[in-house]
Write a new protein. Sequence first.
Length: 199
Amino acid sequence: MRLIATRLHAGIALLSAGVIGTALPLFAGCTEEAGPGPEPPAATRSATQVEMEGLPSKPDANEGRKQRLQNKENWWNHAREVLFTDIEISAEQARGVDAILGEQLDKRAQHQQRDVELRSARKSGDPERSGAAYTAVLAIRAQIKEPHEIYEEIRALLSEEQYPQFDMNRARHVAESQAPAKQPAAQDERGDRATSTAW
C-alpha cells in the first residue's frame, strides 16, 4: 500500500510539473503484493527529484543549537575585549567577570536543553510532560539576564575611577551590536546602486 501511495504522489508531482504521460509507467504492475519496482529512469523523474538527490541531508537540529550557543559565547568574548579596552582590572575583578559571564552562558545552555525537552514532550502528545517541560523552560528563562543587566553587574565590580572608561567602552559595544549587518547595497530597477540601506 505504501508503494502505491509513493508512486501516486510521484505521478501527481510529474503531472503537475508538466511531464504529462510519464506518470503511467510508475503504476505499471503495482499491486498490494508486488514488491518495489525498479527505480524510474531520470527522464521520468521530476527536475526537483533529480536536484534533491544531490543535496546534503537536513542539518541536525542539535548542531544549530550548539552553533547558536557558540555564537553567543563568541559575542560575550568580544564584549569582554571591548568593555575592558584601556582598563586595568585586578585578578579579583577578572574572576568576578568570568563568574558573571560563565553563569549566563551556562543558563543559556540549560535553556536550550530544556527547550529540546519541551519540543520532544510536545511531539509525544503528553500534556503533563509538556506542561512540566514548559514550566522548566520558563523557570530557566527567568534566570537569563539581558545584556544591559549584565553590563551593570560587571560595572558594580569596578572602581569609581574605572567607570568613565567602562561607560565609553559599553556605549561603543552597544553601538557595534546595534549596527545593521554590512550587506551589499541593493540595485534599483535601472541597475544603479541604492544610496540607502534602509529597511
